[in-house]
Design a binder for this molecule. Structure first.
Ligand code: ADP
Length: 892
């Protein structure tokens, strides 16, 4: 929950025994009481002030000095303030700390106010709904997520990025954490009535996340629906795929998050122009754990950048393309036609490099049009920003012209761009009207170009001429008065004046009227100066007004095109991503995969897209054949450091990349479409996360076993390792059998394990295939060949790896001795690794007598005797005697 949520209004206390209640403080408390969950920034002149707990928070979070009002009184009021022009810096710090901020402005001119200046909250900004460039980490998405748990485990969710207007919703059986992990979520809203224990759990699982419980009414189905109908001005929700009653959870989430945004900005969120319903069925969704294990967006250590998949394959040039890439990796495609369209688009882009490069040159100028235009629609943009909108629209037009050239009329890129409006005219208007050297804010005049408006030009000429006239006047007055240092000056309070130093005061003519006295000089005006001043100020004022009007007109124009601009942005994102995939394919030597609806996964010379970039030596490509039939469960053994994890992950990543629409790091790849990729990594590999208990590992594995389908790809790395050897082995064994169960879904699975005993299952389980990572032993050392071969690894080489890691030689030789001892006793004591059954529900078979047995001879004799005992015939006394005999026998 937002720390600001703890900021209780001080009204009652302060009245009862608290500080002196001035009218201003009373006004503050009144406004604060309407925004109890926000930190209130209260405008006072050139400052935003905070009081009481808010002041303490501001001081702590943003490093602002904490002072107090009425310091000497019994009840000083804690106070901290920041200059209004520096507000963005402090806002950023507050929002990053998860605090929601209410901005309270003076809403009347203080000069004209009678008594206390009127103040009102003009906007509330929460961490997930910020839009200003300083507050939004470009180019990643910045989502506020509404979570609406529904019945039948169909939970509704909606994601809204206020900075771009991107608005999506869906419903599925998922966890809140998995949604947050999948998307760049900065804030979550849930029903106010959510159980405190549930809130606590979420907060514990995601300590950095701002989770705000909000008005339950917003989540009411009818209210949420009405919010959507009103916003989009439609009679029903058919256009968004939400009219069907079964989609109610998604509609609730969408309505509530939109209502939430509206309640913060206190006006209609104009930037939100459409809503998309995403259906889980047509996407390959990676769950939270898989995203983490495959290091898609963050490394195991939680870092972004190097080591993550996205970092090493991202060649997008626009923020929109980058965001689409993020979405594609979190939710890849499953529709074969779509996937084929992307692959063939990349293929032909690769065959025409000049065309591709020309397009990419233009793409660089597109900027973050989605965010910029959203900002323009919400009025939060300056002249420079609007100029970028114009330039981006012009670049979009250039792309549209360029795309079909060189015979590419049928290329997906040309078709996408052809299907969107041309904004050539709008671009020209903006480019012509905004001055070349446009300033960032409208506070600085001169942002409208010359030649746009005759009145404006005239005003500027008058102001300019008058300034020339003033320069002439200064010369003239110097000559006439003989005061060589006389100069014309200007300030906001007194306007234009002649300034004369004290030394020359005796020369000041009589018609000079004194305006102001300074330590060393006096300031005067004359009728002539006043007249010039009036002319200049009037002309400047009018010019300001005209500039603002023209600027506003352009904002209105952009707003009226916003829905179409956003539709075009989606296409630009695709263009950028397709060309970026081509770029990555060329640079990293990826191949075009073949995807179909079979179950065969056949990769030749596959590589890990990240590890291959980070290695100093060559990456060894490896083959994979998994088909849900004869090669259904691949059991991979090999020493530590052999390359098992790398291999497992590369198979998952190649599959993901292919379905994301990209080429893949392999010599060839045939990929039968997957619906889910599940990965689990054994407990001890994940210790960095600090939560890798054996329980977690098992519950995640349980989740896979429940959810997997025939089309899934299951990747297990050292599952079962987090417990004792026998426990772990038994679990790994049973899990393998379950994956292979002839009556189960039999998903394509790869299981890397240290339990070499598992490899014996190959003889008994149909479809189980052993693979090993090849190593060479040479002069007592091992060389990792990183090459995956059929068969099983006969040794663990743990001691060799320990040697590589620098363990002292005497420790190593002692370990070798112990190992030899253990290995021979192993032969006696370990249970047979025959499968209990290929059917997990069948009774386990007793190990073969000839096989290695769990029981010693005496134990077996005892068991046999027990078996022969006829309980019908034996008396209690005989039974007791019999038990005593057996016990004695066993004790021997
Ligand atoms: P394991 O899981 O068997 O302990 P890893 O997959 O972590 O081994 O690999 C260990 C290291 O070996 C990697 O960090 C990488 O440097 C190297 N490696 C793995 N696979 C390959 C490969 N196919 N080609 C080249 N080097 C590899």
């Amino acid at each position: 929950m937002s720390p600001a949520g703890k900021n209780k209004p001080q009204k009652k206390d302060s009245k009862a025994s608290g500080p002196r209640l001035t009218p201003m403080l009373a006004q503050y408390l009144e406004i604060k009481s309407q925004h109890p969950g926000s930190l209130l920034l209260f405008r006072m002149g050139d400052f935003f002030e905070t009081f009481f707990e808010d002041a303490q928070t501001l001081s702590k979070v943003a490093g602002v000095t904490l002072t107090s009002r009425d310091a000497k009184s019994e009840h000083p009021v804690p106070l901290a303030g920041v200059p209004h022009h520096a507000i963005d810096t402090y806002l950023t710090r507050l929002l990053r700390a998860g605090i929601t901020v209410a901005i309270c402005e003076q809403v009347e001119d203080p000069a004209k106010a009678q008594g206390l200046v009127k103040r009102a909250v003009v906007e509330v900004i929460s961490p997930g709904t910020a839009t200003a460039p300083e507050l939004v980490d470009s180019p990643t998405g910045h989502f506020c997520l509404a979570w609406a748990p529904g019945s039948n485990q169909m939970d509704g969710w909606a994601l809204l990025d206020a900075s771009t207007g991107e608005f999506r919703c869906g419903q599925e059986q998922a966890t809140l954490e998995s949604l947050c992990q999948r998307h760049a979520v900065r804030e979550v809203i849930v029903r106010e009535s959510t159980e405190p224990s549930t809130l606590k759990q979420w907060q514990a699982a995601m300590p950095q996340m701002v989770i705000n419980p909000v008005n339950d009414a917003w989540f009411h189905p009818a209210f949420a629906r009405q919010t959507l109908l009103d916003h989009f001005e439609v009679a029903n929700l058919t256009a968004f795929g939400l009219e069907d009653e079964t989609r109610t959870p998604a509609a609730i989430a969408a309505g509530s998050v939109l209502r939430y945004l509206g309640s913060l900005i206190l006006k209609k969120p104009e930037q939100v122009t459409t809503l998309r319903f995403s259906s889980r069925a047509d996407r390959l969704i990676l769950d939270e754990e898989t995203l983490r294990n495959l290091e898609i967006f963050r490394t195991f250590r939680g870092e972004t950048g190097e080591g993550t998949l996205i970092h090493h394959i991202d060649n997008t040039l626009t923020a929109m393309g980058r965001r689409l890439l993020e979405l594609r990796l979190a939710e890849a495609l499953t529709d074969l036609d779509q996937i084929a369209l992307w692959h063939s688009g990349i293929d032909s882009a690769l065959s025409d490099r000049p065309w591709r490069e020309d397009l990419r040159v233009v793409l660089r100028s597109v900027g973050d049009l989605e965010r910029l235009s959203a900002r323009a629609a919400s009025g939060r943009i300056g002249p420079l920003g609007l100029k970028h909108v114009g330039d981006s629209l012009a670049a979009l037009h250039a792309l549209q012209v360029l795309a079909p050239s060189n015979g590419h009329q049928k290329h997906p890129i040309a078709s996408w761009l052809e299907s969107v409006d041309s904004f050539h005219e709008l671009a020209t208007i903006i480019q012509q009207r905004i001055a070349e050297d446009a300033p960032a804010t409208t506070r600085k005049p001169g942002f409208i170009a010359t030649g746009v408006n005759a009145d404006l030009d005239q005003c500027r000429t008058i102001a300019q001429d008058s300034k020339g006239f003033l320069a002439g006047l200064q010369l003239q007055e110097r000559e006439q008065t003989g005061i060589s240092t006389l100069k014309v000056g200007f300030n906001r309070v007194f306007g234009y004046y002649f300034e004369v130093t004290k030394k020359h005061l005796d020369k000041v003519p009589e018609h000079y009227q004194q305006k102001q006295t300074l330590v060393n000089a006096c300031r005067f005006h004359t009728e002539e100066l006043k007249q010039a001043e009036t002319t200049i100020l009037e002309a400047e004022e009018k010019a300001d007004r005209l500039e603002t009007e023209i600027f506003q007109e352009m904002l209105t124009l952009v707003t009226s095109h916003l829905a179409n601009i956003h539709a075009a942005c989606l296409k630009v994102a695709r263009v950028d991503l397709m060309l970026a995939f081509a770029e990555t394919a060329e640079k990293n030597q990826y191949c075009r995969p073949v995807c179909d609806d079979g179950l065969v996964l056949n990769i030749q010379g596959g590589r890990h897209p990240v590890v291959e970039q980070l290695l100093e030596h060559d990456f060894i490509g490896n083959d994979t054949l998994a088909d849900g039939a004869d090669n259904q469960v691949l059991v991979l053994t090999g020493p530590n450091m052999g390359g098992k994890s790398t291999y497992l992950r590369q198979v998952a990543l190649i599959t993901l990349l292919a379905q994301a629409g990209s080429f893949v790091p392999a010599e060839s790849a045939h990929i039968g479409i997957t619906d889910r990729i599940f990965t689990r990594v054994g407990a001890s590999d994940n210790l960095a996360r600090g939560e890798s208990t054996f329980y977690m590992e098992m519950s995640e594995t349980a989740n896979i076993l429940h959810q997997m389908s025939r089309r899934s790809l299951v990747i297990l790395d050292e599952i079962g390792r987090g417990t004792s050897t026998y426990d772990g082995l038994s679990l790994a064994w049973a899990i393998t059998e379950f994956l292979n169960n002839p009556e189960g879904p039999r998903p394509r699975s790869i299981f890397a394990t240290h339990y070499h005993q598992l490899t014996e299952l190959e003889n008994d389980l149909q479809g189980l295939v052993n693979l090993r990572l090849e190593v060479k032993e040479w002069e007592g050392k091992i060389i990792f060949l990183h090459s995956v071969k059929p068969g099983r690894s006969d040794k663990s080489y743990g001691i060799h790896v320990a040697r590589l890691a620098g363990l002292p030689e005497n420790v190593l030789s002692r370990a070798q001795e112990i190992l030899s001892c253990l290995s021979s006793s192993d032969q006696r004591d370990l249970p047979s690794m025959r499968p209990v059954s290929s059917h997990p529900t069948a009774q386990p078979t007793i190990p073969d007598a000839g096989q290695l047995s769990l029981f010693r001879e005496s134990q077996r004799d005892a068991l046999d005797a027990l078996n022969d005992l006829d309980l019908e015939k034996i008396s209690p006394m005989d039974a007791f005697m019999w038990l005593a005999k057996i016990k004695k026998q066993l004790e021997k």
